[in-house]
Design a protein around this ligand. Structure first.
Ligand code: PMP
Length: 296
């Protein structure tokens, strides 16, 4: 599904066959989840393939590594260039790009001396599908920001996301909604939350969530569209009186939320602010994204 005999991946400054590439079973990343990664999308645009917000993603990768003491000496530009080459070599235009920084063999809990980076890419449809989501509030909360670096995209943090996703699916829902450890609205397992009430958008403030690049784009687009957005700490009961809601993330883009624990949002999705932003976002990434990219 992700690769075949011809697929090339970028590994430590070389392009190698995905089938022949290997890693060490004693890697600290495999044993302890001590690695950092990104999720990026590339789109076919009228100006050719564009890796949307490539600089922002590789800057976040670097920041994630720094936050958890993983040595990482690649520049953002080098990785952006490598990504464009990777897409070209694999004949990909609309693709999902996954960079992963992983550690050398080390069974101790000390910081690594050496790391590797791999970047792979594959064609991937809308991560959460195209129909509106039925969510359930998770029994799992997001990790406490004093336990981990919540703003870093660290491999091990995703055990929390996997537990929440599977709990929701096992209960018959499409996706989970996680609260923070104080009981305030946080985010989805792999997406940020927005909700609409009386023509204003609301989203959980930074501090207990991953600072999503799509979330930042939605804030920019809302400003351009003249939509007011309030960031703050919100208890889940505010959703009972909200008009509509959506998740946003690189893989999912913008996706409407139909209900939370079977309580449907009253506003028709097609009339919601989320729908307007979904359309604007879709146009931005596919038509004019090149303008926002570092590489011309
Ligand atoms: N929250 C979490 C926990 C995520 O994994 C993601 C996906 N990276 C997001 C939010 C959305 O972030 P972005 O828009 O940068 O993809």
């Amino acid at each position: 599904m992700y690769y075949n005999n011809n697929t090339l991946i970028y590994l430590d400054r070389k392009f190698v066959n995905a089938n022949k590439a290997s890693t060490d079973l004693y890697s600290q990343t495999l044993h302890y989840g001590y690695g950092v990664f990104e999720g990026i999308r590339a789109y076919a645009t009228e100006n050719g393939t564009c890796v949307f917000k490539a600089k922002e993603h590789y800057d976040r990768l670097k920041n994630s590594a720094e936050l958890v003491n993983i040595p990482f000496d690649y520049s953002t530009q080098e990785l952006v260039d490598a990504t464009y080459k990777l897409l070209e070599k694999n004949n990909l235009t609309n693709a999902y790009v996954r960079p992963l920084v992983f550690c050398d063999p080390n069974m101790s809990l000390t910081r690594p001396n050496k790391v590797s980076i791999m970047i792979c890419a594959w064609e991937w449809g809308a991560y959460l599908g195209n129909k509106q989501l039925r969510l359930t509030v998770s029994s799992y909360c997001r990790p406490h920001p004093r336990s981990i670096k919540i703003e870093a995209k660290v491999c091990g943090h995703y055990v929390n996301s996997i537990l929440a996703t599977n709990e929701a699916k096992d209960k018959g829902f499409d996706e989970a909604l996680l609260l923070d450890s104080d009981g305030y609205l946080a985010e989805g397992p792999g997406a940020n939350l927005f909700f609409e009430k009386d023509g204003v958008l609301y989203t959980p403030q930074l501090g207990n969530i991953l600072p999503g690049i799509t979330r930042a784009t939605v804030l920019e687009l809302a400003e351009e569209l003249g939509v007011e957005v309030k960031q703050g700490l919100f208890t889940p009961d505010v959703l009972d009186s909200a008009d509509s809601a959506f998740y946003c993330g690189t893989a999912a883009e913008i996706i409407g939320i139909e209900s939370i624990d079977n309580r449907k949002f009253p506003k028709n999705w097609n009339d919601s602010l989320g729908r307007k932003l979904q359309e604007t976002y879709s146009q931005l990434v596919r038509i004019s994204a090149k303008i926002l990219s570092t590489t011309t």
